[in-house]
Design a protein around this ligand. Structure first.
Ligand SMILES: CC(C)(COP(=O)(O)OP(=O)(O)OC[C@H]1O[C@@H](n2cnc3c(N)ncnc32)[C@H](O)[C@@H]1OP(=O)(O)O)[C@@H](O)C(=O)NCCC(=O)NCCS
Length: 507
């Protein structure tokens, strides 16, 4: 598996240049296809575009071989995020043994099935001890309240976590974002699980979970959200990932939690939804220098800089930074807004405080920015938020990081009227995002990233977010659910009509 896939989770870059190069190679290899057909194929398979464009070979057969690895059915359903990612169900040796939906089962869109747990268990059935690890390694629980243990997790992820397909960028979660992401209300120390080398004590693998009240359509599940699965590069392809996944499952089960949500850039059995990444350049010259953005054919750098200029000021009357006193109003507004999505978390006041309010007293290294709109009667009518996640630029002579803002949650009363006027909602969301762009620039972000989830289809193009080469698949563990729209159509283009049923972001 490891050799076959380089996961891209929430990772990706502007894929325009890759597309141009890849289209040329496909035309050379296959001939006879119209430009539109080639574009369709590449839209559906953005990672194929980067694979073909980066392959040094000028042999047209290389392109044919890459195309052959794609399963036609998957291409047509947009499932193949890259030829390397897709395997037959039988090839998922580990996942075939787990309570997850399988490819080929219940896939008739005209016959929705009843949603619910796949396997019912009780806490008494769950082993009290972890499975043994191979000689020389041992289990460890990481105490993230201790700076030195937080630093160990930070260093493991900083050196070994998710990279893009071409190993140009690697996520660099700061210690503050790690605390934010892994220690929300109700967090459990036991769910921060690692593997150490017995002799050196070095942390070589990690996986984490946090509690989440997850709503799938009309059912609320007391679930966990699994994230930060990471194995040291020297220990890859040794089937350690299944051991870590089984261990975090056991630890969740011991707390009576039998369902989980997780996301990833690779195709596993079986996504409940698939979203696409979009990127809005802010500091275009830097993005160009590091190879994140390309110079479109016929354009000039000056033109790109002008295109991505950000507003000089904000426009919405009453827009201001969220304060502590806004927590209850934001919680209510967010809850009402998320109700329209088929997959969303339920947040109480404590969670809203944790996820959305920046407490300037306790975090020098800021993670989240939230802006509210206060109406004439002091009511909160809208809010928008983003968080900061940097990526390291691997082996670049000048730049060592890209500072990315990720669009987080938002809500607006305009979308909550009895009869929502789509044009009005579109216009309001565009205003909110434009104003947030002003702050992204002010806080020196290089790029603004967003997925095709929530109502994002209403503003992504207008706000100059371009499609990236990354997809994010949503998975449910031990829960059967009918597919949920991810905001892109069968051609992996923004579905402006359907929008997305996903109201859940993952850090
Ligand atoms: C993801 C990672 C932990 C996988 O480890 P590995 O050494 O490549 O894989 P292993 O040999 O241990 O295990 C392979 C099994 O794990 C599964 N697997 C691999 N990546 C997975 C993921 N992200 N989520 C769930 N399962 C995954 C594989 O599908 C395979 O099971 P299968 O036979 O049923 O297909 C490792 O590549 C890594 O640390 N990558 C960088 C960080 C990263 O991408 N994390 C995941 C974020 S979503």
């Amino acid at each position: 598996m490891a050799e076959e896939s380089k996961p891209v989770k929430g990772k990706g870059k502007d894929n325009g240049k890759d597309k141009e190069k890849a289209a040329k190679k496909i035309q050379e290899a296959l001939g006879g296809l119209s430009n539109d057909q080639v574009n369709q194929l590449l839209d559906l398979n953005p990672a194929l575009a980067s694979e073909l464009s980066s392959s040094s070979s000028s042999d047209p057969n290389a392109a044919v071989e890459a195309l052959k690895r794609l399963n036609l059915q998957d291409i047509m359903t947009g499932l193949a995020s890259s030829g390397k990612n897709v395997k037959d169900m039988g090839a998922y040796k580990f996942w075939a043994t787990q309570p997850v939906q399988k490819f080929g089962e219940d896939e008739n869109p005209d016959k929705p099935f009843e949603e619910g747990p796949i396997k019912i268990q009780t806490v008494d059935e769950i082993p009290k001890e972890p499975s043994p690890l191979i000689d020389g390694f041992e289990w460890a629980t990481l105490d993230l309240t201790k700076d030195e243990e937080l630093k160990e997790v930070y260093e493991l992820l900083n050196g070994h976590y998710v990279e893009d397909d071409e190993a140009m960028f690697r996520f660099n979660y700061s210690p503050s974002i790690l605390k934010w992401a892994m220690m929300p209300p109700g967090w459990k120390k036991e769910w921060h699980r690692g593997v150490r080398a017995t002799q050196s004590r070095r942390l070589v693998a990690f996986i984490a979970a946090i509690p989440v009240e997850l709503r799938v359509r009309d059912k609320v599940i007391h679930a966990s959200e699994v994230n930060f699965l990471c194995i040291h590069k020297k220990l890859r392809a040794k089937r350690l990932a299944p051991v870590l996944i089984k261990e975090i499952t056991r630890l969740c089960n011991l707390e009576g939690v039998f369902q989980a949500i997780y996301t990833g850039g690779i195709v596993l059995p079986r996504p409940v939804s698939t979203c696409r990444y979009y990127h809005r350049a802010i500091n275009w010259p830097k993005l160009y220098d590091v190879g994140f953005s390309h110079l479109p054919k016929g354009s000039r750098p000056q033109h790109q800089i002008k295109k991505y200029a950000t507003p000089e000021s904000t426009k919405i009357k009453g827009l201001r930074e969220m304060q502590k006193k806004d927590i209850p109003a934001v919680q209510k507004l967010l809850t009402r807004y998320l109700a329209k999505y088929q997959l969303a978390a339920e947040f109480d006041d404590h969670e809203v405080e944790h996820w959305l309010w920046h407490n300037s007293d306790d975090t020098p290294d800021r993670v989240v920015w939230t802006y509210v709109v206060e109406g004439p009667h002091k009511e909160i009518t809208d809010f928008i938020s983003f968080y900061c996640l940097e990526s390291s630029v691997i082996n670049h002579p000048i730049h060592n990081n890209v500072r990315a803002a990720y669009l987080f949650y938002y809500a607006t009363e305009v979308g909550l009227k009895d009869e929502v006027d789509r044009a009005e909602l579109k216009s309001r969301l565009n205003e909110l995002v434009t104003d947030s762009l002003y702050y992204c620039k002010k806080y020196k972000f290089d790029v603004y990233n967003a997925l095709s989830l929530m109502d994002n289809g209403l503003f992504l193009e207008e706000q100059k977010f371009g499609p990236g080469d990354g997809q994010l698949h949503y998975y449910l563990f031990n829960y059967k659910a009918n597919p949920i729209a991810g905001g892109v159509d069968k051609r992996n283009r923004l579905d402006l009509e359907g929008l997305s049923g996903i109201g859940k972001t993952q850090i």
